[in-house]
Design a binder for this molecule. Structure first.
Ligand SMILES: *Cc1c(COP(=O)(O)O)cnc(C)c1O
Length: 473
């Protein structure tokens, strides 16, 4: 592809993207393909000879697009949002055209310095204390892994990386059972091992860790000669929004000298609105906090903001500094590759800069407030429908419900059939979870361009599908 072709195809791609977004609402939200259908349409070998761009592009439209689930669809109410605001797509195009590696200050000074600034903008927007410094990780999973490695090394007095874990006292980490699976994986990958992740029981409407039980578990472990290292608190858990009392967790941690990591991957975006900050009251006492601007805020994936009270302990855990990477630079230069597990880094700060400037914090707050209000309004409408019950009350814009018709004998099977019918219908997309062993259907509103009408339209689909299921029995 020469530069003139590059120009032409870039334009064509931009036109395609704008058309795609304009007509998204008419597509079914979830892909309607059977497993293997897309693969069977793709050649089994790479071509030996170059192919024409026209053919490649035509195949993209014919075979790939129909197999996509449309995460930017205004009626995507499944999982959590993965918002890519149009302005962040534009920024990503520019980043992709420059394609710089941003691991060291000198490998792209603008990327490093903008990252420092943007994380400080976000810190202020969330109301976090000034001592927090931030880094952009590729995902919350990576941020949590970095935090778990830091708590491990801190507890082992920095011996783990060198000597390994064999022969050391068992490192113990504490969390509720509402945390995301990325916590389990960080525990596995860090060599701490699943048996050393202590699941503290939860209680109350927000399914919060029982901090007395937490304190007792830490004491018992100490007495048994184990090595308590850190606590992972959840703010807005994936299943139903489970949220710990961060202030109480931090108080226990302080009493025992433990490290606290707060996973607010989804809910953290809402903290740009002061009225929602009670959900993480006390967060300023934590050591490490992650939230994903790539979820609710609108910065295209990947973009995970990781704030640290003391970046030195993270850098002490992860920095390698081989000779060839030394920058021999000025003092105060930040090499962000020393703050994360991967070495190579994309220029992720640009899309935050574009997003925050194009929408302003007021614009983003208005979006989040609408999502929360509309979702809660829908929850009330579902509650009022005969035969429906709310299983978990709204936490921000997330709630769960189920259909409980009088004559259904297996409610789990019935609700699984219902969510399948809803998703086959195509107008909306929902996912299910389990609450105290019972199957419940989740609803969250958070897509960047969703409207009140889009959110309310879910009621017709849900009730209509339930009625059809009942009449087909
Ligand atoms: C989405 C999510 C994660 C994982 O985020 P990635 O960026 O995909 O790794 C972790 N924790 C919570 C609470 C989440 O909602």
């Amino acid at each position: 592809m020469d530069n003139e072709d590059f120009r032409a195809w870039s334009r064509r791609a931009a036109e395609w993207g704008a058309d795609y977004r304009a007509n998204l609402s008419e597509r079914p939200v979830r892909a309607r393909t059977a497993p293997g259908e897309i693969a069977s349409a793709i050649a089994s070998h790479a071509p030996e000879k170059p192919e024409a761009m026209d053919d490649i592009f035509a195949d993209f439209e014919a075979h790939i697009v129909p197999g996509m689930t449309h995460w930017q669809h205004p009626r995507f109410f499944a999982y959590f949002p993965a918002n890519a605001a149009p302005v962040s797509v534009v920024a990503e195009y520019l980043v992709s055209a420059m394609a710089a590696q941003c691991m060291l200050w000198q490998t792209s000074p603008a990327a490093t310095e903008l990252e420092t600034k943007m994380l400080d903008w976000l810190r202020q927007a969330l109301g976090l204390p000034q001592e927090f410094q931030g880094v952009i990780q590729d995902s919350a999973s990576s941020a949590t892994l970095a935090a778990v490695l830091t708590m491990r090394e801190r507890a082992l007095e920095w011996r783990g990386n060198k000597a390994g874990l064999a022969g050391q006292a068992a490192v113990r980490v504490y969390s509720s059972d509402q945390v995301h699976t990325s916590i389990d994986r960080a525990i596995w990958v860090s060599g701490i091992g699943d048996d050393n992740l202590v699941r503290v029981p939860v209680s109350g409407p927000l399914r919060s860790m029982d901090t007395q039980a937490l304190d007792a578990a830490i004491r018992a472990d100490r007495e048994a000669g184990l090595l308590p290292a850190g606590i992972i608190a959840s703010v807005g858990g994936t299943s139903t929004g489970g949220t710990d009392d961060v202030a109480a967790v931090c108080a226990v941690a302080r009493a025992h000298g433990l490290y606290v990591h707060v996973d607010a991957a989804w809910a953290g975006s809402a903290m740009i609105c002061p009225e929602f900050r009670h959900f993480w009251a006390g967060v300023g006492e934590a050591d490490s906090i992650v939230f994903n601007p790539h979820k609710w805020l609108g910065a295209q994936f990947d973009c995970s903001a990781h704030f640290l009270r003391d970046p030195d302990s993270l850098v002490k855990t992860l920095a390698i500094q081989p000779e060839f990477l030394k920058t021999h630079g000025r003092d105060g230069i930040i090499n962000y590759s020393e703050w994360s597990v991967p070495l190579g880094r994309r220029f992720r700060a640009l899309k935050i800069w574009f997003l925050l400037r194009a929408h302003g914090l007021e614009g983003l707050r208005a979006m989040i407030r609408n999502h929360v209000a509309w979702s809660q309004e829908l929850a009330e409408r579902v509650r009022a429908m005969p035969g429906f019950e709310i299983v978990t009350e709204p936490m921000l814009s997330l709630f769960s419900f189920r259909h409980v018709p009088e004559n259904a004998d297996d409610l789990d099977a019935h609700n699984l059939a219902l969510v399948t019918a809803i998703n086959d219908d195509g107008r909306i997309y929902l996912t299910q979870t389990r609450v105290d062993g019972k199957l419940a259907i989740r609803f969250q509103a958070g897509q960047f361009e969703t409207t009140r009408e889009d959110v309310m339209s879910a009621l017709d689909v849900i009730v209509g599908c339930a009625q059809r299921l009942m009449s087909n029995r």
